[in-house]
Design a protein around this ligand. Structure first.
Ligand code: TMP
Length: 245
């Protein structure tokens, strides 16, 4: 379990927000929330729904490990401590509704949009913004759109870009050491009440594409999205490798 020296765990209070994969609770401390990871799985902006046994347990542990690793390498994150199998204590942030997608190899919507094969190496790694909106199916947007819609300032976008590229370098190394290729992933950031920008949300097989470095086997949510079978086993395998060393 990861803890950045929390000496008092606040009490879990009312449900603040329920998303597709997590619930967020208020706590007795106004600047802390408790996040609970669920087994519910959705894909294609919730058009496909199901559950993946123990996904919440895996994603909580994987997220806690990865955020703690990133924090130790200079990336500010919302993680305070992993509290239990499914719960994390996090700093209270307001999520910026700009999802950051980083792609090292073509896959998913990118391969489809540009008519290229999955697995095509992308140099430089491609960074994309998407509006966080299920109703609109997370449409891609450029800098001007994000600024004109009042979602972020140009300075915040610069900071999101720099942090996301740094996260990509750090996570690519981390996974490579565990025989996994980081194909692409999605990040969300938030602002604290005092305006500090923090990496938030989760980093897990739900939000990353991870392929076995030797065999190319998909070990992420694409197994659920595409009905490839052995979904739970893939999540467990990622957890096992993340916890190595
Ligand atoms: P995409 O190829 O479907 O655009 O997805 C790119 C990456 O972002 C992939 O690793 C999955 C992740 N992702 C999310 O975590 N949430 C989302 O809502 C979407 C669309 C993608």
């Amino acid at each position: 379990m990861y803890s950045q020296g929390v000496n008092h765990v606040p009490q879990r209070l009312t449900l603040r927000y329920e998303g597709k994969a997590k619930k967020v609770y208020n706590t007795s401390s106004p600047d802390l929330y408790i996040v609970e990871f669920k087994d519910d799985a959705t894909a294609f902006n919730a058009q496909k729904r199901g559950t993946i046994a123990n996904k919440g347990v895996v994603n909580n542990a994987v997220t806690a490990c990865l955020l703690s690793y990133l924090e130790a390498h200079g990336v500010p994150t919302h993680l305070v401590a992993q509290l239990s199998e499914r719960e994390q204590l996090v700093k209270a942030v307001t999520i910026i509704p700009v999802e950051v997608v980083v792609r090292n190899l073509a896959a998913g919507s990118f391969a489809k949009r540009y008519g290229v094969d999955e697995g095509l190496p992308l140099q430089p790694p491609v960074l994309e913004w998407c509006l966080k909106s299920d109703a609109l199916q997370d449409p891609p947007m450029n800098d001007d759109t994000a600024v004109a819609l009042g979602l972020a300032t140009p300075e915040q976008l610069d900071e999101l870009r720099a942090l996301s590229r740094r996260v990509n370098a750090l996570l690519s190394d981390f996974f490579a050491a565990r025989r996994l290729r980081l194909i692409d992933f999605k990040l969300e950031f938030g602002l604290t009440a005092t305006g500090q920008l923090l990496l938030a949300d989760e980093i897990s097989p739900d939000t990353c594409r991870l392929w076995d470095a030797q065999t190319g086997e998909k070990l992420d949510k694409d197994r659920f999205r595409r009905d490839l079978g052995r979904v739970e086993e893939a999540y467990q395998e990622v957890l096992r490798r993340v916890m190595e060393g």
